[in-house]
Design a protein around this ligand. Structure first.
Ligand SMILES: O=P(O)(O)OC[C@@H](O)[C@@H](O)c1cnc[nH]1
Length: 198
């Protein structure tokens, strides 16, 4: 198993150029610049409450909109997450969290399954938060789940303020991921899931 549980990736296309470094067993430190302020705020919360270390520089075609940038960050984050986990020996595998932020309450459930899936049950009353289109949160988490090869369910249980709902959701995912990737050395010899390595 990768003891440090770290991945550094670079992905460049005609639409985006992304450099990302992720450490799973971190201090919750982050240094992120996507060009989209609220997205940076959410990724900062994800790192902080997942106890990950995350460094991200994303340059995208924001003159069009934030879609390619947000989706491609999700792809690279998922690839790094999958690489940092390595094989699944010793990890918890399942994670669940309910996180409030004022009136908002979101739930995240994760299975490091090797079978990519996103169940998105969140509705926003606003189309934008700052410069970020609220429809892009689903695109980010779908790209992440597909690239990380995990099953991810995100549900808004309560809330009206779009900022609160989004932040509650990102924090719930962070906490669920932290649990799911937690590592028990006593299980290090355990047989990976039926899918073997991720
Ligand atoms: O304690 P935290 O840093 O996780 O939370 C910050 C959060 O209170 C702040 O981002 C916020 C408060 N209302 C909307 N957003």
């Amino acid at each position: 198993m990768n003891d440090i549980r770290h991945a550094s990736l670079h992905r460049a296309t005609s639409e985006t150029d992304i450099t990302l470094a992720l450490t799973l067993d971190g201090e919750g430190r982050s240094n992120v610049d996507s060009g989209i302020g609220f997205f940076d705020h959410m990724l900062t919360a994800l790192a902080k409450h997942g106890s990950f270390n995350l460094d991200l520089k994303a340059k995208g075609d924001l003159h069009i909109d934030g879609h390619h940038t947000v989706e491609d960050v999700g792809i690279v984050f998922g690839q790094a997450f999958r690489q940092a986990i390595g094989d699944k020996r010793g990890i918890e595998r399942f994670g669940h969290a309910l996180v409030p932020l004022d009136e908002a309450l979101c739930e995240a459930v994760v299975d490091i399954s090797g079978r990519p899936y996103l169940a998105w049950n969140v509705v926003f009353l606003r189309e934008k938060i700052g410069t970020m289109d609220t429809e892009l949160f689903e695109e980010f988490f779908r790209a992440f789940a597909m690239s990380a090869h995990i099953a991810l369910h995100i549900t808004c249980k309560a809330g009206t303020n779009a900022h609160h709902i989004a932040e509650s959701g990102f924090k719930a995912v962070a906490r669920a991921l932290k649990v799911a990737v937690s590592h028990d050395p006593r299980l290090a010899g355990a047989i990976p899931s039926t899918k073997g390595v991720l």
